[in-house]
Design a protein around this ligand. Structure first.
Ligand code: LLP
Length: 386
């Protein structure tokens, strides 16, 4: 069991996100150490996972770059201290304004997802007298064996350029004075718990790099995306993901040159385990068939269970829980949606009104995906280093 600061929670209004900054720092140390096995490895943090300024600043200080998917994220990353030449910009629907923002800061790389987008970036770069470094995001047609909503590397997904259309896209860049083609980008999906799919990805990358080298096209940069999963079932047993095996796999399986950079874009693996959603029990409601614990957090604060049928460990943190009998609850929120359920048949020490629960592993895609549906307030955050 982790030591969750009950006193801090008691003094806080709920729902609220709690971040264990010490765990974030240990996670970053472990990541940086594991990535240092190869001087070509560069890690960019996927800002979409959690863009809290306090968290971004710590990640920046650890030496990571930033992987952004909107103008808002680019601005937040810059504010947190990330250098523009360590910011990459991905996304299938970049607006002109967002592209201009990236160009005006001369960001490290645009990850381009279609030839239509390529043309617009070139036009805007020419208009502003700049040159955009770009990498083509390739759809490698590899199944990541994760939830279908977070699978991105299959032909039915909207992401990336089909391998069969890559020749045409690369040819187009030749006449474009606003474009500097520097690399290829891939991302097969999120919450990958088996590394096998990454091995397939490496094979695919080796094939492509080889094929284009024979045609005289060299890529200085290969971006393998993110997706390393975390242990949602046992946050205390595996607080830090196995970064070593992850980076070793790429070291062993990617056959690249000494001067090629390899970029990783990790989000969840960096921040998920350091965050918990803290909530209070409002009511216990027993119906003829179920026993509900109705809590003050809802799907507006943490949408993952409703959207991906995700299960997050729920831990009771009230002080006398050891003395209480274990009972079974459906833990539900107050939102007017039947999908507003955090867990069904969850075994917990008997719950009473006012008890505090921690919904664990919520540091990634938790607070950042919160909405104000039902005109609720956004949850806000507390930290253990306050
Ligand atoms: N790079 C690209 C191009 C991505 O699309 C993503 C995530 C990442 C990197 C970072 O992936 P990570 O290392 O965090 O798995 N809201 C969903 C996850 C959506 C992921 C979207 N793309 C969830 O709560 O599970």
């Amino acid at each position: 069991m982790s030591t969750l600061p009950y006193e801090l929670f008691k003094a806080s209004s709920t729902p609220v996100y709690y971040y264990d900054i010490e765990l974030l720092q240990r996670t970053l140390e472990s990541l940086v150490k594991a990535a240092s096995i190869d001087h070509r490895f560069k890690v960019h943090y996927a800002v979409k996972a959690n863009a809290r300024p306090e968290i971004l600043r710590i990640i920046q200080a650890a030496g990571l770059g930033a992987d952004c998917v909107s103008g808002g994220e680019i601005k937040e990353a810059l504010t947190a201290g990330f250098q523009a030449d360590r910011i990459v910009f991905a996304g299938v629907g970049k607006t002109d304004r967002e592209i201009m923002l990236g160009l005006s800061h001369d960001i490290e790389c645009f990850n381009v997802e279609s030839t239509a987008e390529l043309t617009v970036i070139n036009d805007l770069a020419l208009k502003t007298g700049t040159v955009a470094n770009i990498a083509f995001r390739v759809n490698p047609e590899i199944d990541a064996h994760t939830h279908r909503y977070i699978t991105t590397g299959l032909s039915e997904n909207k992401f990336g350029i089909a391998m069969s259309q890559l020749d045409e896209a690369i040819d187009m860049t030749h006449g474009m004075k606003g474009i500097n083609l520097v690399g290829l980008h891939f991302h097969i999906g999120s919450q990958l718990t088996q590394l096998d799919s990454y091995r397939l990805l490496c094979d695919r990358i080796n094939e492509l790099v080889d094929r284009y080298r024979k045609k005289g096209v060299e890529f200085r940069l290969i971006n393998v995306g993110g997706g390393l999963g975390i242990d949602y079932d046992n946050p205390d047993g595996t607080p830090i993901p196995d970064f070593r095996s992850y980076f070793n796999l790429f070291k062993d399986s990617l056959y690249l040159d000494n001067n090629q950079e390899i970029h990783f874009e990790l989000g969840r693996a960096v921040v998920a385990q350091c965050g918990s959603l803290i909530t209070r029990v409002l009511y216990i409601k027993e119906t003829p068939t179920r026993r509900f614990a109705i809590v003050d957090a809802g799907m507006t604060d943490l949408i993952r269970p409703a959207l991906y049928q995700a299960h997050h460990v729920i831990q009771s943190v009230s002080d006398d829980i050891c003395e209480r009998p274990v009972m079974t609850y459906d833990v539900v929120g107050p939102i007017c949606e039947s999908s507003d359920v955090f867990a069904t048949d969850e075994s917990l020490p008997e719950l009473r009104r006012g008890d505090i629960l921690a919904i664990r592993s919520a540091g990634a895609y938790g607070e950042i995906m919160a909405s104000q549906y039902n005109l609720r307030k956004l949850p806000g955050a507390i930290f253990n280093n306050q």
